[in-house]
Design a binder for this molecule. Structure first.
Ligand code: MTE
Ligand code: MO
Length: 355
């Protein structure tokens, strides 16, 4: 069985969509399972570990059918600490600019970090032998999204699939992967949006083109502000973009005048790291630097904190992260608004009532 904290922010009970209160993530490099966000497009399938099988097919020399025992016996285990973040993280701030009907109003905590153990997808693909023409690896799960009447699927480029860090994982934070997070086995694609880390995976297909599944071909795409979703339209989201958020204090809360600790996370794109996080109390005219922790792995967020002194009255705290190429975050949610509400990577801002 699995359970979540009583104070999870539950956006939908069925399918289950929930994020922890932001403060629950602050200052903890690894997220306990009970606080880990959960994003689902359909009901959880009920898969028994003893009968679960993975089919590997498509453009391969040898198709494979693997049980959980086969994964354990035929391949060496690999563990990676990786942050998962939903492309819809911080959508609520976009919705405040202009409504986005029918989408989950996610706050800044649709992100979590765990230690995942399984086998490298690369090793399994090597056993199957990708054939000429192979360029993408598609994943398919049995959970049906009632909104589109399709099972959940996605794909990643073959180069990423063969990069070692992509896992077929059966353990999360040292425990068997719970059903809510895709147990018995899920894909974990470090450095990519959460949507590509397919839970309850049953089929891995090597193919020439990206998956034609709704969640790859039509959803999880960044559209121009004036466009409607359509298959193939917009930028297909994969690799993560530089972002950060403030986790504590809570946006809109009341705090005592004087020194206040401000804490959050920052996450750089693949192959990059966070070089600096700045915090401003005057809407971005002046900035001080926060202390940034080393990441728990190259595939994980970096936590940051600083202490600011707040006088009584209304306060506004803004943060911005910089990566090691010198890139920083866009100014405002309005500047990145898009019709499906993805990739709100604008610099975070909270308001406080200081007494
Ligand atoms: N089979 C399946 N896999 C899935 C999903 C889903 O609905 N079904 N949701 C995806 C999305 S959008 C995200 S952000 C992550 C969330 O993983 P979590 O629920 O373990 O946090 O799972 C991804 N994998
Ligand atoms: Mo997501």
């Amino acid at each position: 069985m699995w359970s979540k904290r009583d104070d999870m922010v539950v956006h939908d009970k069925e399918p289950f969509n929930a994020e922890p209160p932001p403060g629950a993530l602050a200052g903890r490099p690894l997220t306990p399972v009970e606080a880990f966000y959960s994003r689902n497009h359909g009901s959880f399938p009920d898969l028994a570990p003893a009968t679960w099988q993975l089919r590997v097919d498509g453009l391969v020399d040898r198709g494979l059918v693997l049980s959980l025992a086969d994964l354990h016996q035929r391949f060496s285990p690999r563990t990676e600490v990786a942050t998962l973040v939903c492309a819809g993280n911080r959508r609520a701030e976009l919705m405040a600019v202009r409504d986005i009907p029918g989408q989950v109003p996610w706050g800044p905590a649709t992100i979590s970090t765990a230690e995942w153990t399984g086998v490298s997808l690369a090793d399994v693909l090597a056993a199957a032998g990708p054939a000429p023409g192979a360029a993408h690896v598609a994943f398919l799960a049995p959970d049906i999204s009632p909104a589109v009447d399709q099972p959940y699927g996605s794909s990643i480029p073959l180069t990423k699939a063969c990069s070692g860090e992509v896992l077929l994982a059966w353990e999360m934070n040292g425990e068997p992967l719970p059903p809510v997070h895709g147990g018995p086995v899920r894909v974990v694609v470090p450095g990519y949006i959460g949507a590509r880390s397919v839970k309850w995976v049953q089929q891995v297909t090597v193919q020439a083109e990206p998956s034609d599944n709704y969640f790859q071909a039509e959803d999880y795409r960044l559209l121009p502000p004036d466009a409607e979703p359509a298959p193939g339209r917009g930028i297909s989201l994969g690799p993560l973009v530089l972002t950060s958020a403030i986790l504590s204090p809570d946006d809109g809360s009341r705090v005592a005048a004087g020194p206040t600790e401000v804490a959050g996370y920052a996450l750089a794109g693949e192959g990059r790291s966070i070089a600096r996080v700045d915090v401003s109390l005057d809407g971005g005219r002046t900035w001080v630097q926060a202390a940034v922790e080393d990441p728990p792995s190259p595939w994980a967020w970096q936590l940051w904190r600083t202490t600011v002194v707040l006088p009584a009255g209304p306060a506004e705290i803004t943060a911005r992260a910089w990566d090691d190429t010198g890139a920083t975050q866009p100014d405002s949610p309005a500047s990145v608004w898009n019709p499906s509400g993805y990739d709100n990577t604008s610099r975070p801002c909270i308001r406080l009532d200081v007494r």
